[in-house]
Design a protein around this ligand. Sequence first.
Ligand code: 9MR
Length: 359
Amino acid sequence: MPHSPRRRRRRVLRPLPLVAVGALVAAAAVTVPQLTPEADAATTLRGYADARGVKIGAAVADTPLTSESAYTTVLDREFNSVTAENAMKWDALEPSRGSYNWGAADRLVAHASAHQQGVRGHTLAWYSQLPSWLKNGNFSASELNTILKKHIDTTVGRYKGKIYAWDVINETFNEDGSMRGSLWQNKLGTGYIANALRWAHAADPSAKLYINDYNIEADNAKSDGLYNLAKQLLSQGVPLHGIGFQSHFVVGGVPSSMKANLKRFSDLGLEVSVTELDIRIPLPASSAELAQQSTDYKTATENCLGVPRCAGITVWGITDKYSWVPGTFNGYGAALPYNESYAAKPSYTGLSNGLNPTA
Ligand code: 9MR
């Protein structure tokens, strides 16, 4: 069943004193009983997550954040964590060398602070979304090293104490578990990973530092490569604190080994987080597929929360209106918990039930 706001409302009404009931009866047609905000919050996603001491996050895009009240209403009611979908990527922050554009990133951090939300930083060293001055600059290894360090010092330093976790390294593996070719890997070698983590730690010792990737949710060659790297980094005393499992799934495709795979990372003493959850469906989505998607949201959520040191789950967007999926996977969509009109889908209920241990 899709989440029904009317049903939730009824459950949280405060008993009214008799005199108030009398007044209500007298003005039956016009009086709308008020919700108690605390009780209402308890049955939201963030209410369940708060009760478990974990994060439920959403990737946030700047345009609807600044222009659409339905978007912020859902964001602030349901989520206790945010990730900048694009605003903290290098091409957004430093479009030309030495000239920074902090506008959208600052807006998100300020919004989060005003709404008691934590912020996940995304992302510092990635092969993609690099500004062209950097991508095409033909820099020497030593210049690149200096540029990466400055980027990390500047960005992590600016938000010191305001970002609880950073995706320091993003998408650095090939599917076979080898290191993926990138500006960083090709010029600096795998050592750039340890350096980036050390620089980020120096810039904000309180932030949890992550390696984040996709197709690592299952026990497979790619997650094996990451597991070996993580073990090695930890044995060298490198400040690596967590692994981000992006979890861009296809309906019916939550890997059966996901929980055991997350657990082996958690057994290394690392945090684990689901960082970019969405579950795409071939369009148009049938009701059977929406029901399966709901089950999948619940399973993915429980796979993380069932493992020690699961810090939380972030969905990669709020509403299908702004999902990256249709633009990338032709013919697919409907991947998120809310539809284009901000109605909660069955997937919302799945996510909610995954967070609520008594559901
Ligand atoms: O959702 C993001 C989309 O708006 C951007 O156009 C895209 C550019 O690469 O990046 C998307 O976010 C990606 C994230 O940063 C890293 N993991 C995969 C996400 C989906 O592509």
